[in-house]
Design a protein around this ligand. Sequence first.
Ligand code: SAH
Length: 227
Amino acid sequence: MRIDIISVVPELLESTLNQSILRRAQEKGLVEIVVHNLHDYAHDKRKTTDDYPFGGEAGMVMKCEPVFELIEKLQSERDYDEVIFTSPDGITYDQHEANRLSTLGNIIILCGHYKGIDFRIREHLITREISIGDYVLTGGELAAAIITDSVVRLIPGAIGDEESALTDCFQDDLLAPPVYTRPADFRGWKVPDVLLSGNFAEIEKWKEAQAYERTKQLRPDLLEKLE
Ligand code: SAH
């Protein structure tokens, strides 16, 4: 898989995407993440990528030319399955969308900044608009990092224990059961006996019941969706 991220503040992405599981996934060749500095595609000496909005609104708007030039260049080099724009008015990002994106070959993520981007980019280049929640960020970089992180960890081989990604929260619309590690007794707070029993059928049953209970308590809306 290849993920191209387009940004006017690439520094915001570089350290996030080059640590831990994401770094190892790239080293193993499971994913190639390429961050592009949109300023490199500006036409003037000052590397301007934004301009004043028509109609006299406050704030600056990202210009068409550098974005079209860069995305069309990338599209001439390989096929892309989605050209994503991070936007507070997009579809709300969730695990189902992360699963879907992780099965794709190549994607582009365009990060907005300032007041937003010229609407013609959204009409003529973008195939999917994604919001990470009902709040407004200063730019799309953190949203792109969230999307990339959640997608890469689903690629087979990215996480050591492959099962582990499948048993996470939301994978079957249930929250994950509690997890524990040693010591079995910490300050008198004991790990549930069943987990120490070695009886794997009982352990599985306990985990399922816990997942269901926690979902009922904390996120009843997920159970309604299931039904
Ligand atoms: N004026 C715009 C907000 C601009 S915020 C509006 O009201 O819709 C600047 C950029 O940050 C956006 O273009 C978008 O790329 C990114 N952004 C802000 N909030 C976001 C969110 N919740 N999800 C994804 N991207 C977001």
